[in-house]
Design a protein around this ligand. Structure first.
Ligand SMILES: Cc1ncc(COP(=O)(O)O)c(C=O)c1O
Length: 489
């Protein structure tokens, strides 16, 4: 007889005696959908800690976000358990161009479900994937015609880099990327994501070469000196790096240098694309077209996980154009899922029908203007205001050396990156006292990132800026003290 060793407390034993398995499978203690919706914040927090990310909970608690349970979300607002409306200037890191639960997008999804249409795109030809690819190509300039569909920005960027590497060929294996870049956290793109926070001690591909962002001389020197360079990957506007832009001249010269040296340019538009900058792609501001690009975030209409790599046809054909090479990087299991595709199709139609790209340009400019006025009012607090359309960064001065000595230990409760940064305090207090949600940028924690939905109107901008103004008028010392009070409550 096989004896099953009693497991150590907390350890699940692997049963190695099939004869002892019960005849039928008992249902584990599962939470139902309705129970999930009804959970209170304490229970959510417990489960987050037990099963998701205990370390992250530390930051949620610091910022006071763990006390909020969102019951609904509509348009520009989250609505919490107490009926409080929270103005969303975070916009899901740019994934909510249409705000929350846009009615036309919801309707398209509902209809698709009622009609019991098929989801999987990799068995039969999918009319939904084909139509979405067509629409994306129509929105893309030049011969950016070939589309790969995935389900995240990282996956789209993995596809972009793989395609470009194959098209560049084995004699030109090196991939150039920029300082402070963010292209995703999956293992492949980690090699071109320039953050120690994400790189940690992972071993990444050794064919990546780093250069400063927005420095065309560095690009030229490198292309001239190293014939093994085959690909350059750049965010058109750096998001995680702190909303950083390069001059128009940089992009024009970059295009010319790539043509001259036969280097393929991959433009990461996962964050700045899809109308956020006031053009469908941010590179369109500069009258240039890359060889490969990538979209994600709002491509799924705020309801589905959709990412896309878009490539010039000749580049695509070089990499995967024959029956023999076609399957090397064909769509994954969830690539081109039916409901995700029709969500993205309807979303693209809404984007143009509602003039949201134009709105991002004009209302985004209004936001920038109002913030520039605030900068004049608070020159000792606000260091810079920058961005394009609804991709806006507001940088605070580092105050670690100017804060009264007694308050300095307070900032040490935050992580290293937040030390000397007002962003954490401001973010927490904007939520607590003004019902407004904002985000930081990954590498520069002195920068508040404002990426409201593209449906954002002037009245929302006014409400946000007035709240921000009121908070800053307390002064830095009071802001830090108010934050501390929120911690001990
Ligand atoms: C520029 C850029 N590229 C890639 C990604 C990765 O996208 P995802 O988080 O959907 O994998 C992001 C995400 O923030 C991004 O901002």
């Amino acid at each position: 007889m096989t004896v099953i060793a009693k497991p150590e407390p907390g350890v699940r034993a692997l049963v190695d005696a099939p004869a002892l398995l019960p005849a039928t499978i008992a249902k584990p203690d599962l939470i139902s959908v309705e129970q999930a919706k009804a959970m209170d914040v304490a229970r959510i927090t417990d489960l987050f800690k037990a099963h998701l990310n205990p370390g992250q909970l530390h930051f949620m608690k610091l910022l006071g976000f763990h006390k909020v349970k969102i019951e609904r979300a509509e348009g520009m607002f989250y609505i919490d358990q107490n009926g409080r409306e929270i103005l969303d200037f975070f916009g899901g890191f740019g994934s909510l161009a249409f705000g929350h639960n846009h009615p036309r997008i919801l309707e398209a999804r509902k209809k698709f479900q009622e009609e019991k249409r098929q989801e999987i795109a990799i068995a039969f030809m999918s009319q939904y994937a084909a139509a979405l690819a067509h629409n994306i190509a129509k929105c893309s300039p030049g011969d950016l015609d070939m589309v790969f569909l995935g389900s995240s920005g990282s996956e789209a960027m993995e596809a972009a880099v793989k395609l470009a590497e194959r098209a560049a060929g084995p004699k030109r294996p090196k991939v150039v990327y920029a300082e402070n870049s963010f292209h995703g956290k999956t293992k492949g793109v980690l090699a071109i994501t320039d953050g120690q926070l994400y790189r940690a001690e992972f071993r990444v591909a050794d064919n990546a070469v780093r250069i400063p962002f927005a420095d065309i001389d560095a690009v030229e020197r490198l292309f001239k000196s190293d014939p093994a360079i085959g690909v350059i990957v750049l965010e058109t506007i750096q998001g995680g790096g702190g909303i950083i832009q390069a001059e128009a001249q940089y992009w024009r010269k970059l295009r010319a240098l790539c043509d001259q040296h036969g280097v393929l340019w991959v433009a990461d538009e996962v964050q700045c694309g899809y109308g956020r900058s006031g053009r469908f792609y941010a590179f369109e501001h500069y009258g240039v077209v890359p060889d490969v690009t990538a979209l994600a975030k709002s491509l799924g209409g705020g309801k589905a996980a959709v990412g896309a790599m878009i490539a010039r046809r000749d580049v695509y054909m070089k990499a995967y154009g024959t029956p023999k090479t076609a399957m090397i990087h064909a769509m994954a299991t969830f690539g081109g899922m039916g409901e995700a595709c029709i969500t993205a199709i309807e979303a693209l139609n809404v984007l143009y029908d509602e003039g949201l790209i134009d709105n991002a340009a004009s209302t985004g400019e209004y936001l920038l203007q109002r913030l520039r006025t605030l900068k004049e009012k608070y020159p000792k607090i606000i260091k810079d205001v920058r961005g394009k359309g609804f991709m806006v960064g507001l940088e605070f001065h580092d105050f670690s050396q100017t804060l009264p000595m007694v308050l300095r230990p307070v900032v040490s409760v935050l992580d290293d990156k937040l030390k000397g940064s007002l962003s954490g305090f401001v973010g927490a207090l904007l939520l607590r006292d003004y019902d407004v949600l904002v985000a930081f940028t990954e590498y520069n924690r002195n920068v508040i990132r404002l990426e409201p939905p593209l449906i954002c109107q002037r009245e929302h901008v006014d409400r946000f800026v007035d709240a921000f103004d009121s908070l800053l008028s307390r002064g830095i010392v009071a802001i830090v003290k108010d934050f501390v009070k929120s911690q001990v409550r």
